[in-house]
Design a protein around this ligand. Sequence first.
Ligand code: NAD
Length: 295
Amino acid sequence: MATIGFVGLGNMGLPMALNLVKAGHDVVGHDLSDKQLATLSEAGGRRASGLDDIATCEVIVSMLPAGKHVAQIYGGEEGLIKKVKTGTLLIDSSTIDVATARTIAGEAAGAGLDMVDAPVSGGVGGAQAGTLTFMVGGPEAAFEKAKPFLEVMGAKIVHAGDAGTGQAAKICNNMLLAISMIGVSEAFSLARKLGLSDQKFFDIASTSSGQCWSMTSYCPVPGPVPASPANRDYAPGFATDMMLKDLRLAKDAAQSVKAKTDLGDQSLALYAALSEDGYGGLDFSGVFKRINGDI
Ligand code: NAD
């Protein structure tokens, strides 16, 4: 069993850290929130006295909001890369921009440390159940070292390639998810207005060529898929503001490599408008309500 420093005990990080505790690891947590640290301690983890305490751990996992937080924790003179001992494994599971992920990975490699970017799919439910999908970027040796720890928190661990490719996979997937959710929403709205019931259109399209995850697992209208957020007035799930964050990352990445992502850009504009109008907390499938003219 390892001593694991866990930085960022938020909605995702806390349940992930608790799964590491349950697996018998000695988990030392660091967060700005006292409440989150208290919950970790009550569950058998420990509270770090600060980043210096985290730096003494054999493995460090981070689950932070954005690239600037990751750069601050790992990089610079006061960052973990300068403080940890040789052989420490660094796993950043935050969803951040590819450029920052590659810069930090480069600094870690320069210091002789194993590091992977390992963003996740599966949301808070997946974090609690230990069924997350990890998309991992980094050298093969670092991936193999990280895998046993990721397996405690996830059900599917995929090595995407070199440093930054985990983040690349994550934002490309989520850009596609936004586009497909908008497409499914437009189709259901049009079908309704043409006189089809939601259930009838679902029965037909879900076994036809328009079938996709946004329809069959996360249907944006109430009824056909009982577990989807549409059945609880679009309570998240995966909030509009979270989707917006990932679409912004995708747009920045697309611009940096001159990739053409017209539908990604349009999706970004639609989710940005929803957020500006005060619907940032609505599940991202709530875009159906905007498309249907309900909000
Ligand atoms: P969150 O805001 O709930 O948690 C972030 C935590 O980081 C907070 O507890 C905050 O106090 C802590 N933090 C911020 N700056 C810190 C610092 N300098 N030092 C220590 N702690 C610090 O966010 P979340 O929903 O847990 O998401 C975390 C990451 O996971 C994000 O990058 C997000 O995009 C990604 N993600 C989230 C979901 C989801 O459904 N929530 C799904 C997939 C990926």
